[in-house]
Design a protein around this ligand. Structure first.
Ligand SMILES: Cc1cc2nc3c(=O)[nH]c(=O)nc-3n(C[C@H](O)[C@H](O)[C@H](O)COP(=O)(O)OP(=O)(O)OC[C@H]3O[C@@H](n4cnc5c(N)ncnc54)[C@H](O)[C@@H]3O)c2cc1C
Length: 465
């Protein structure tokens, strides 16, 4: 196709540089390559962007958006770039707007139990800073050490403690956002409750950079619980039995902070990767954590595990042992990618907890029917599972994996679940919008997008397109 460009690349880049006073504009191919194609995804539906802008101020963000509107360019918001669904990767001709270097913790307010941060602050850094004041930050994605609070807010990240402290949406009190037309808005605030107007805070949370650029986030902090936390593990003959135990634990009145699952095959891979010895042949592992636990709570947990055919119940109050076990679970995806194969898709469907055992059993049936191995683990306490599909040869997803995904997604929806519990949609799953949301809601979502971004410059082709 012949494109009669009104402006040369040089003219566009010169204008962009004039608009960005505090941050940096890079157009060299090495930077563009690195920031356009995520290391986390093998499906490269992304394309090389024209410029990578690391913004340092609100004025920079407005400048990038001004450039985009003037030359009709797509803008891809990006932060720590750890997403797994192609939602912060390059788009042909786009400007990547990175808020990673806007990384200041602006305030930790002990009295009001909150923090105000810029979007580039790494999740774990916020948590560590809060802990110095006797507080902590609840949301704990597996990527806690590498992902940012801004990216977490834009994807509504969940994680290893969602079962107790909720997902990111449950911990965001307020946001400051630059809209596509450059206007600044503040939504939500510093209170635990707010009943005025439509809840735009929750609309921006999980919007994957398609409605505005988040430049400040107010989050809840919680006081560190008194007492001694317990972290432990137990083994089950099948993931289905493990899931049934998890449901019983959720109903018991115990409030675990963590209820994670890893199947036998995957645990063996993690052991190899971590040089640990957790795996038991043919047994799925449950990892749990109880904050401030009492002996009678631990006894009840063990009883429920045993009633559901669990065994080898072990728990520890030693911080190093606890950290090692949690790290092993955290390394589920890196271990599979490093030792089984780089070609993979890591999914994240969630079902109501009463349906988790059915979904686990279904995945095992699928493995037999399609003669494939699915590496399985996830946030069992939330009904959220991460099946990892791995293949060899070229990066193109083979038909058998696509078929497995189609069947898994359909089964998830049939069970009353969602195709994405936390990783969001990006470019990988937006074809399923209609199936999950229904036609009317799908249409409403496009109308909302048009209201916030009539020129369609913010992360086009992602989330709802
Ligand atoms: C090993 C590993 C483990 C993981 N474990 C989990 C897990 O347990 N739970 C979970 O939910 N996810 C998990 N993830 C996925 C990923 O870490 C999360 O989606 C995370 O929230 C992305 O944050 P980020 O800072 O990397 O954002 P990015 O990848 O840079 O961006 C993610 C999305 O947010 C948008 N965005 C970024 N910054 C802004 C901004 N300032 N304003 C508006 N939009 C913006 C982007 O456009 C994109 O759509 C894991 C990933 C890896 C590699």
């Amino acid at each position: 196709m012949t494109v009669l460009a009104a402006y040369s690349d040089q003219e566009i880049n010169d204008y962009l540089r004039q608009q960005v006073r505090d941050g940096t504009v890079e157009t060299d191919s090495e930077t563009l390559q690195r920031q356009s194609f995520s290391a986390e995804t093998v499906v490269k539906d992304s394309a090389l962007a024209r410029a990578f802008v690391s913004v340092k101020s609100v004025a920079d963000i407005q400048g990038v958006l001004r450039t985009a509107r003037r030359f009709h360019l797509p803008v891809v918001p990006q932060s720590a770039f750890t997403n797994t669904v192609i939602s912060a990767d390059g788009i042909a001709g786009a400007i990547i707007l990175s808020t990673r270097e806007m990384d200041q913790i602006l305030e930790i307010d002990q009295a009001d139990l909150l923090a105000v941060v810029q979007p580039g602050v790494i999740n774990n850094d916020l948590d560590q800073a809060a802990r110095k004041q006797g507080l902590f930050y609840g949301p704990d994605p597996g990527s806690r050490l590498i992902s940012s609070v801004g990216g977490n807010a834009a994807t509504n990240a969940g994680g290893m403690s969602t079962v107790r402290f909720g997902a990111t949406k449950d911990n965001v009190l307020g946001l400051k956002v630059v809209l596509a037309d450059g206007r600044l808005v503040k939504v939500g605030g510093r209170t635990l409750k707010q009943a005025f107007g439509y809840d735009l805070t929750q609309l921006f949370v999980g919007s994957e950079g398609t409605l505005g650029i988040i430049y400040e986030i107010t989050v809840k902090l919680l006081p560190i619980p008194l007492g001694t936390p317990t972290v432990g593990r137990a083994f089950f003959p099948s993931l289905g039995e493990l899931a049934a135990a998890v449901q019983a634990i959720r109903l018991s009145g115990l409030y675990p902070t963590t209820l994670e699952a890893v199947d036998a095959e995957t645990m063996t891979v993690i052991d190899q990767y971590e040089h640990t010895h957790y795996a038991q042949p043919g047994e799925s592992m449950l990892v749990f954590r109880l904050d401030n636990s009492h002996p009678e709570e631990q006894a009840l947990l063990e009883k429920i595990v045993t009633q559901h055919h669990g065994h080898n119940f072990q728990q520890s109050t030693d911080p190093q042992e606890q950290a090692a076990l949690m790290q092993a679970r955290r390394d589920l995806l890196p271990a599979v990618v490093a030792l089984v194969g780089k070609n993979h898709l890591s999914e994240d469907m969630a079902v109501p907890i009463s349906q988790l055992a059915t979904l686990m059993d279904y995945l095992q049936t699928l493995e037999r029917e399609l003669n494939i191995t699915i590496y399985k683990g996830g946030h069992a306490g939330d009904g959220n599972i991460h099946p990892i599909f791995v293949w060899s040869g070229s990066a193109e997803v083979p038909e058998v994996v696509l078929e497995a995904l189609r069947r898994t997604f359909r089964k998830t929806l049939e069970l009353g679940g969602t195709i994405s519990g936390e990783h969001a949609v990006g470019m990988l799953k937006n074809q399923w919008n209609n199936a999950e949301l229904g036609e009317t809601v799908d249409e409403l979502q496009h109308q909302i997008k048009h209201l916030f971004d009539p020129m369609g410059i913010l992360n086009p082709q992602r989330k709802i397109d």
